[in-house]
Design a protein around this ligand. Structure first.
Ligand code: V4E
Length: 227
């Protein structure tokens, strides 16, 4: 079985001229799409507090983002994304302490694991692809997603997909190069759509996450929840 992709990404605030700038740099708009994401967690937010993000994406199915080796620090993030139901359910059972759970289907595991929907929103996304000048032929182009959520929040993301942990530093360099060509500061911590959703519509859950992140920060550094 192929290794899961490691997703390396950095978010940014898209200014009004962003599409013109992308076109100027030679990027091409690959697609425009719309999808609903529904995120699930336990009543205590055991997954999110442990930096695990379970969602059902309309048209794609179940997805679980978990930290890559070495964790996440700084303005970029690095996640392993699981999409096979058996792998997702097995990881959930392990994380939530349910050995012996039937891990064939994520939907069937929701009840026994006390997972329920905590957020649901629609995203309008335009997807741009760009190969940086001098990129090797085997190098995947970078992706830039420009998202607007149905509750009014707009966020951009520069993303590279790699197969090996050893490729992450080089992917980060490429992301930083493109970010500076786009005029985006790598110092900024930009919140994702889910965090802004929780802050706006589930303030108690947001507060719980913030407290968990603050506790961790005392020991190890920054987190995106604070934005
Ligand atoms: C990983 C994560 C969350 C889950 C949502 O991930 P995100 O990349 O924001 O969603 P989206 O729709 O762009 O997914 P894609 O289509 O790219 O797969 S919500 C919060 N986090 C954690 C997190 C973090 N620790 N640090 C930063 C800067 N962002 C997010």
């Amino acid at each position: 079985m192929a290794r899961p992709w490691i997703e390396v990404e950095q978010k940014f605030v898209p200014g009004p001229g962003i599409e013109a700038r992308l076109a100027e740099l030679g990027a091409s708009r690959e697609s425009q799409l719309s999808f609903r994401d529904s995120y699930y967690d336990t009543p205590e937010l055991a997954l999110m507090k442990a930096d695990h993000w379970l969602r059902q994406r309309e048209g794609s199915g179940w997805e679980l983002k978990c930290p890559g080796a070495g964790g996440n620090a700084g303005p970029h993030t690095k996640y392993v994304e699981l999409t096979a139901e058996a792998a997702i359910a097995a990881r959930l059972a392990q994380r939530l302490g349910a050995p012996g759970l039937d891990t064939r289907s994520v939907s069937a595991a929701l009840g026994p694991l006390r997972l329920r929907e905590v957020a649901s929103f629609v995203t309008e996304r335009s997807v741009w692809k760009l190969a940086l000048p001098g990129a090797g032929r085997e190098e995947q182009p970078l992706t830039v997603d420009l998202d607007t959520a149905d509750f009014g929040y707009a966020v951009g993301e520069v993303e590279a997909l790699v197969r090996e942990e050893a490729e992450v530093p080089e992917a980060l360099e490429r992301i930083h190069s493109l970010s500076s060509l786009l005029g985006v500061s790598p110092q900024e911590q930009i919140p994702g759509k889910l965090i802004v959703y929780l802050k706006s519509f589930r303030p108690q859950d947001y507060q719980r996450l913030l407290e968990a992140a603050t506790g961790k920060n005392d020991e190890q550094g920054s987190a995106a929840v604070e934005n």
